[in-house]
Design a binder for this molecule. Structure first.
Ligand code: DQA
Length: 149
């Protein structure tokens, strides 16, 4: 029997470029450093994380299709896809796993077009505007959710 502690961490479009994006919005953490922090937090919380990043929407969708039996929860920052990528929303619905949506920045305080999220209502929670620490909060929420399931 699985321990229900497998989290698929999915970074969407342009997240691999962290460190080169506007520091005033995203901080100066690099993508590698972010994944290292997530790994350390996951270990503290007793979670097993697998990482995926793509700039191709089709690959992101196919990764969601292929999670069946391989993950117990999803931590997702879809980047700009958050705001309009309905195919990702449909794929998340198919994956049917507890999901937390994370954004480094507070999208509600930025341009109007960033206020919408096509995945939000499928997620158990959204954490945004907390920088890298938001990923820790998201992992904790997933851990608590999976423990109580
Ligand atoms: C982001 C916010 C999105 O609006 C933006 O397109 C990103 C990153 C964030 O983490 O703050 O690429 O998801």
């Amino acid at each position: 029997m699985s321990a229900h502690n497998r989290i698929a961490v999915m970074h969407g479009v342009n997240l691999d470029q962290l460190g080169r994006r506007p520091a005033a919005v995203y901080g100066d953490i690099t993508f590698l450093q972010l994944e290292q922090r997530i790994s350390a937090w996951a270990e503290e919380l007793g979670l097993k994380v697998s990482f995926f990043q793509s700039n191709a929407e089709s690959e992101f969708v196919e990764h969601l299709h292929n999670l069946d039996g391989l993950a117990d929860g999803i931590l997702m920052n879809p980047g700009a896809w958050t705001h309009y990528a309905w195919a990702i929303r449909d794929a998340l619905e198919i994956a049917d796993l507890p999901t937390v949506e994370v954004h480094l920045s507070d999208t509600s305080q930025r341009e109007e077009w960033r206020h919408a999220s096509v995945v939000r209502d499928l997620c158990i929670a959204t954490v945004q505007g907390k920088g890298p620490d938001g990923y820790r909060e998201a992992l904790t929420l997933l851990r608590d959710h999976l423990e109580s399931a």
